[in-house]
Design a protein around this ligand. Structure first.
Ligand SMILES: NC(=O)c1ccc[n+]([C@@H]2O[C@H](COP(=O)([O-])OP(=O)(O)OC[C@H]3O[C@@H](n4cnc5c(N)ncnc54)[C@H](O)[C@@H]3O)[C@@H](O)[C@H]2O)c1
Length: 373
């Protein structure tokens, strides 16, 4: 496959539209892949300690040329470091290395590197350009696209952030060859979500993946990028439609937080899609047969639920009510009408109110479906 190009088209008032380029082997020749860095006299590759070891030398070499310097700035890997201290330390390193308003940051890594680098780029000298170079599956199909940046705060995840669109996204599926299995599954959950939200045929393709913890096809990655790009192009700042990308995440995030992150993100999203599918079926939005299709595919993908009770209703309800889609004391979620299409209310809203009793009953359903046979 040659280079595939997906356009993210944003408000014509400011020229911020950009391309996602997807090509196996792209990391080897980043500078040639795009004219994005033509005017930059200095680029700074911001990456975490794991990715720095594997990919930074090759990316640095690819980006250096006469008239342009390339430096690597490393932070310790892990979600625990996606915070204000790391952002401050990155800004301080950039300043020390002489970064200026014409410098471009390269976010090399997973969602943590992307969110942190995007955040720093949005505030450093009141905003400079950055390019996303995602190396986890989750980042390739989800977090690198759409311009949401952020850091975690003591009172919650992603509670401080900005919308700051990248200059472009450069995706090399071969980077996934070094990604651990658990991280592949975290990203696969987002691929499956995209298919349920927007493309039934893609759902069939995803279901046919032999071992998603090991590898998935470049076509599926591209498909997911197209879906996210199209939705972001229609609703950049999540006033309504973009909320469909949260399918499975209201219950999923509640499970993840309530387990103190003992359960993996992917598994929580698989469980969340099941619970929210069940709610859609209970509300008469989704056919029972469609829910059974979801069950057949998703249940085997969830982690073993041994250990502390994962479905503690009062605790999960508290987390769901704190979710960003829930206003006041009402839980809201995006629900599927069928596999490949999301439900909208008569007035066109994709945020469907769900009462607490139905939310609680969906947890009973999860318990039943995950302890079967
Ligand atoms: N901005 C958005 O729209 C958006 C959307 C979804 C998620 N997110 C954020 O993304 C983050 C999660 O991202 P993630 O799952 O990519 O986690 P991550 O960035 O922590 O990466 C997971 C692990 O994989 C390692 N890694 C990365 N690439 C590798 C490679 N090619 N080979 C070997 N190891 C590699 C990393 O060092 C890390 O240890 C969360 O902070 C979440 O809030 C943001």
């Amino acid at each position: 496959m040659g280079t595939a190009r997906v356009r993210v088209t944003l408000s014509p008032r400011r020229d911020r539209s950009y391309d996602i380029l997807v090509r196996e082997g792209l990391l080897d020749g980043l500078a040639d892949a795009t004219g994005l860095l033509e005017d930059a006299t200095s680029v700074f590759i911001v990456t975490d300690s794991n990715v720095a070891r594997i990919y930074a030398p090759q990316v640095k070499e690819g980006l250096s040329r006469p008239g342009r310097t390339a430096e690597v700035v490393v932070f310790p890997s892990g979600e625990a470091n996606k915070n204000i201290e790391t952002a401050w330390s990155l800004a301080s390193s950039l300043s020390g290395l002489g970064a200026d308003r014409s410098s471009v940051l390269i976010a090399l890594g997973g969602g943590v590197a992307g969110d942190l680098t995007g955040f720093v780029a949005s505030v450093f000298k009141r905003g400079i350009g950055y390019v996303q170079v995602p190396t986890t599956l989750l980042a390739q199909v989800d977090s690198s696209i759409g311009g949401k940046t952020g850091i975690d705060a003591p009172w919650g995840k992603n509670q401080v952030g900005t919308f700051h669109q990248p200059l472009g996204v450069l995706t090399d599926p071969l980077a996934l060859n070094t990604l651990p299995r658990a991280e592949m599954l975290n990203g696969f959950a987002e691929v499956v979500k995209c298919s349920i939200v927007a493309d039934r045929k893609m759902f069939e393709e995803a279901s046919a993946t032999a071992d998603p913890g090991a590898a998935i096809s470049t076509e599926l990655i591209l498909h997911a990028c197209k879906i996210k790009a199209e939705i972001v192009s229609k609703d950049e700042e999540e006033t309504n439609l973009r909320a469909v990308l949260n399918f499975g995440h209201t219950v999923g995030h509640a499970l993840e937080s309530a387990s103190n992150y003992r359960l993996s993100h992917g598994s929580c999203v698989f469980l969340g899609m099941l619970a929210e599918g069940w709610i859609a079926s209970r509300l008469g939005i989704l056919d029972r047969g469609e829910l059974e299709r979801l069950e057949g595919f998703l249940v085997p993908l969830t982690d073993s639920l041994e250990g502390p009770e994962p479905f503690d209703k009062p605790r999960l309800l508290r987390f769901a009510l704190a979710d960003k889609k829930s206003a006041a004391s009402t839980i809201r979620m995006s629900l599927p009408a069928r596999i490949g299409k999301m439900h909208a209310t008569e007035d066109g809203s994709y945020r469907i109110p769900v009462d607490k009793e139905t939310f609680g009953a969906s947890l009973d359903y999860l318990r039943r479906v995950t302890t079967r046979g």
